[in-house]
Ligand binder design. Structure first.
Ligand code: ADP
Ligand code: MG
Length: 321
């Protein structure tokens, strides 16, 4: 298990993470070596996904209110929150899903502004989103998709087929499923393993995982999370959205952020996730009358809350809908 970071070090992290400062302080602060060794020993550049004062509306409803978050290479940040608190909205806006109106703030990957970039540019820049509900894409094989994605990044020399088979083997995904069209006729758990295999082959700089654990049985969860944990040792930064501590048992978080009603109400070390596991969100929920109107419970969506019809230009939409 990752050592808990002391408060002084967490404060350093809230400011833009500085690689030199990190490598010189790491040993003193009990950070586990795997995630930082690649930087300090190989001198590789650090990439930072920086979200500043992000406000997002859907229709008339303000979903996110001034969210701030920095995720750098080799770090794992967990975002936890009740249903309807805006976690998927955050993930989708980072990746550029249409249908959201950004009302304030910025999202950048190092110096590059992402908000003005289409999804494919964000992917080429090094972002990856493992979707909460992966989309089925009939007629398009996973292998071709990944080959084209790698080619677009100038990595045409990679043997995608062999890499895919290798990664599928690591997480127990049957290689027979690799010949199917993307996500078609896969079970929920197979889709999540499939997302993990794609992530490992594409080798992005920063991955956003939207409830990777939903639908996975415990063995698959462990295999996927451990594979991603290995990738963080090679420099992957992770924004991990989850409800449950168990994912973090295998993919330990450096920081945990609690998102309620579209506000990050608390950030801290892994102990925050432990607290949620035992006590739930009660301490963080607004008292009656203070809510911003976002549903903070499992419940039906009002008519005005229905997701908009899929749009032909939406790379996230179900092509058969
Ligand atoms: P979480 O992932 O934390 O469960 P979401 O980001 O999916 O939360 O949703 C946050 C709030 O925004 C919910 O009230 C949800 O109904 C609303 N919402 C999200 N996406 C849409 C959309 N496309 N259209 C209408 N309302 C939406
Ligand atoms: Mg969600």
């Amino acid at each position: 298990m990752r050592d808990r970071m002391p408060q002084t070090f967490l404060e350093v992290q809230f400011e833009n993470w500085n690689a030199r400062r990190l490598s010189s302080h790491a040993a003193d602060h009990g950070l586990r070596g795997a995630r930082i060794g690649w930087r300090s020993h190989r001198g590789l550049a650090v990439t930072t996904l920086s979200i500043k004062n992000l406000g997002v509306k859907v229709g008339e409803q303000q979903i996110l209110h001034g969210v701030n978050l920095n995720v750098s290479s080799g770090q794992v940040h967990a975002v936890m929150g009740p249903n309807g608190s805006g976690k998927s909205t955050l993930a989708n806006v980072i990746m550029g899903k249409p249908g959201y109106q950004v009302t304030s703030g910025s999202i950048t990957l190092d110096a590059q502004d992402l908000l003005s970039a289409p999804t494919w540019v964000r992917a080429q820049a090094g972002l990856f989103l493992a979707m909460q509900y992966p989309t089925e894409v009939p007629g398009v094989s996973l292998r071709e998709t990944l080959e084209l994605a790698l080619q677009a990044r100038g990595l045409e020399n990679i043997d995608t087929g062999s890499r895919l088979v290798e990664e599928a083997g690591r997480i127990g995904l049957s290689t027979q499923l690799l010949d199917r069209a993307v996500n078609v006729d896969l079970s929920g758990g197979e889709k999540k393993r499939n997302e993990t295999a794609q992530l490992a082959v594409l080798n992005p700089q920063i991955a956003v995982l939207d409830e990777l654990d939903s639908g996975l049985d415990i063995d698959a969860l462990r295999a996927c999370a451990e594979r991603i944990e290995q990738l963080t040792g090679a420099g992957l930064g992770v924004l991990c959205i989850t409800h449950y501590h168990r994912l973090l048992d295998y993919l330990p978080a450096d920081q945990v952020h609690i998102l309620i009603d579209g506000h990050i109400v608390e950030s801290g070390g892994p102990e925050l996730a432990q607290e949620l596991e035992s006590d739930g969100y009660a301490r963080f929920l607004p008292s009656d009358g203070e809510s911003d109107g976002v549903e903070v419970a499992i419940g039906g969506l009002g008519a005005s809350n229905q997701a908009p019809r899929p749009d032909a230009d939406d790379p996230f939409s179900d092509p058969l809908a």
